[in-house]
Design a protein around this ligand. Structure first.
Ligand code: HEM
Length: 406
């Protein structure tokens, strides 16, 4: 009844994002709000009160409706942290654009990420997984699964694909962490973004002169050179792909291993039959929704979400984490069940912005987990559970480190 009510009801709109009581599950608040309504007002750090969409059906409805804009330069666009606002002072990449410009720019790279094209990378990804596990096994136990395996794997792959020297991984991994940390002061977010942008501008400049067999060289030759993509947009696209390409899969890999080790019966199922890994990857994506604070949108027109009316100009956050635990879509949603049928989860989003890199993410996650259950069936967590460093304040959830023994 108080949803959308006048100012007297404001105190009732809960603070968001909320803290997790158990780091492996979304905050209890999400479940409570989902039970009350498909969308509820929450209060952000700046006092703004966007709608949080918590149910599966309504999450899909909003994400495929063009009356909800992803353009972060529009008034009313919700920023879940002060650090996120730092990005307002420069034009965004296509993840924060609407059609038709979004579609035009996305189409320039869709071919690179199509399943057929990506599956050709399979043998190379397998070799990287094998080599990283060789080194980790030779040096341990113990090991930090993040540093030794989960982070280098997608970093290496995206570097090779884009044509970014992997030798610079310390630099870009470090700056990406600063960018994605919701507690980073705004000035530092800007500095990290500018350093990354400067680095990529120089790299792209070199490729313009000496093209190589990589995505960025192809983008330059096919688009930038023909004036249908500016140099600034090329650099922004490179930055989006570089960050999205390594931070996400790295965290999903480490969280997947942890989730499985906390459910020994599920772990044993995979060790006994690694053929179950592809299904398990989908269930883990659902269970550990790493894009955890919600996809930001702003309403362009008055729109109904269930029995709630969202007014033009109001912010909306689509909680994939809540939608992926919606009992209306998934029976016993909190249970990890690697044999759960179907792929209806929303971990990659939905609609025009649905993750471009998902074939690559799936390939990497499947090969990574297969390698681990094959070669390290005796894997265990190396520290007490309450000492694990979770990434509570990061735009992408996960673990900073995952100490393991075997
Ligand atoms: C978009 C999740 C891996 C590139 C998205 C979105 C989600 C997501 C939820 C939608 C954002 C929105 O609608 O506002 C994930 C997860 C991953 C993953 C869970 C791994 C487990 C990757 C990888 C790449 C990538 C490996 C490779 C470069 C992108 C790009 C977009 C995107 C470019 C923007 C698409 C658009 O706006 O049209 N991702 N992602 N992602 N992702 Fe991923």
């Amino acid at each position: 009844p108080f949803h959308g009510g006048p100012s007297a009801a404001r105190a009732a709109d809960p603070a968001y994002p909320a803290h997790r009581d158990c780091p492996m599950d979304p905050p209890a608040l999400l479940g409570e709000l989902r039970q009350q309504a498909p969308a509820s007002r929450v209060t952000l750090w700046d006092g703004s009160r966007p709608w949080l969409v918590t149910r599966h059906a309504e999450a899909r409805q909003v994400l495929r409706d063009e009356r909800f804009s992803a353009d972060s330069t529009r008034d009313g666009f919700p920023f879940v942290s002060p650090s996120a606002t730092a990005l307002r002072d420069s034009p965004p990449s296509f993840i924060r654009m609407d059609p038709p410009e979004h579609d035009r720019q996305r189409r320039m790279v869709t071919q690179e990420f199509m399943i057929k094209r990506v599956s050709r990378l399979g043998p190379r990804v397998e070799r990287i997984v094998d080599e990283l596990l060789d080194d980790m096994i030779a040096a341990g136990p113990p090991a930090d699964l993040v540093e030794a395996f989960a982070l280098p794997l997608p970093s290496l792959v995206i570097c090779e694909l884009l044509g970014v020297p992997y030798a610079d991984h310390g630099f870009f991994q470090d700056r990406s962490r600063v960018l994605l940390n919701q507690h980073t002061p705004v000035a530092e977010v800007r500095a990290a973004r500018d350093e990354l942008t400067g680095y990529l501008r120089e790299l792209v400049g070199e490729k313009a002169v000496r093209p190589q067999d990589d995505l960025l060289s192809r983008l330059l030759a096919d688009h930038t050179d023909h004036d249908d993509l500016t140099m600034d947009d090329t650099v922004r696209m490179a930055l989006l792909l570089l960050i999205a390409g390594h931070e996400t899969t790295a965290n999903m890999t480490a969280l997947s291993v942890l989730d499985l080790l906390r459910h020994p019966r599920q772990w044993e199922l995979l060790c006994a039959d690694p053929g179950r890994v592809p299904g398990a990857v989908e269930e883990l994506l659902r269970h550990q929704t790493i894009v955890h604070t919600g996809l930001p949108r702003v309403a362009l027109a008055d729109t109904e979400i269930g029995d709630v009316t969202v007014r033009a100009g109001e912010g909306v956050l689509v909680s994939l984490a809540a939608a992926n635990r919606d009992e209306r879509a998934f029976p016993e949603p909190d249970r990890l069940d690697v044999e759960r049928p179907g792929r209806r989860h929303l971990a990659f989003g939905f609609g025009v912005h649905q993750c471009l890199g998902q074939p690559l993410a799936r390939l990497e996650l499947q090969i990574a987990l297969t390698g681990i259950v094959r070669r390290l069936p005796g894997l265990r967590i190396g520290v007490p559970a309450d000492e694990l460093p979770f990434r509570h304040n990061m735009a992408i959830f996960g673990l900073f480190h995952l100490p393991v023994v075997w």
